[in-house]
Design a protein around this ligand. Sequence first.
Ligand code: RIB
Length: 304
Amino acid sequence: MKKKILVIGSMNTDMVVKTPRIPHAGETILGGIFSRFEGGKGANQAIAAKMLFPDTSFCAGVGDDSMGADYLRYLKRRRVDVSLVKKFKDAHSGVALITVDRRGENAITVAPGANLLLSPKDMAKINFSQFSHVAFQLETDLDTVCEGLERAKAAGCETILTPAPAVILPRTMLRNVDYIIPNEHEIMLVQKGYSNAADAARALLKKGVKHVIITQGSKGSLLIDWDGEKRFPAHKVQAVDTVGAGDCFTGSFMAGLRIYGDIEKAIKLATAAAALAVCHMGAQSYRPKREVLAFMRKNENLTV
Ligand code: RIB
């Protein structure tokens, strides 16, 4: 059977205000334009993957409200398989309040609502054997993510975890993670007690994670596994909005693994997709495969 890929995670409606800078605590500043976008780390990764690999499915919790209904219609229009999305009557759909400054940097507050109601029992209902790769983040209940990872591994899937928002993770969970993709800030919170990210990454390897990929924004990314360390430079672009850039990297990386079956090729594809994504406003302003591949052809070192 031709295997699909699956993202299990959050869907949020992003309420975004563009401001000259991120306000301090207790401060009011006058911002600029307000926009509403589809977001949430899970849905962002699903859309990024879908742009590169058609057979992409998404599983999330959504409220029985107009925001949720709008979002589901949108996902269907984008032809993401949403048959695993579950509706919860007693919760609102996820919302994120986002400030984006003039350099494209952001600050985000999430009200997860129905995203947190997806339970370990919901994981037990998924037939993981139809998927080759499954990606998780941490805007979903931690026990649900643990159960999903366990079941995905047992069914022979390769698993990917974005540890965001970052928390210390149980060892029983880490042994089921093939690829963990934190940024430089997150890895220090996931694996406390180390003064640099590379040492923290090696500690995660000792706990059973197979590969650590640290995303470093405009500096690129660093792959650390038992074969050693390898740096992947980012492409220089003019960023207007970095919201969802990490999710673009992860979703595109998963699609790349499915397409090429090769980590380095997948990272190069993800690097190019994320570089293009930050040039546009909105978390899911990801570019189609032909545009990503053309961008890579123009930049010899990014060609796969
Ligand atoms: O990673 C970016 C995402 O974080 C946003 O789309 C927002 O919804 C929050 O989940």
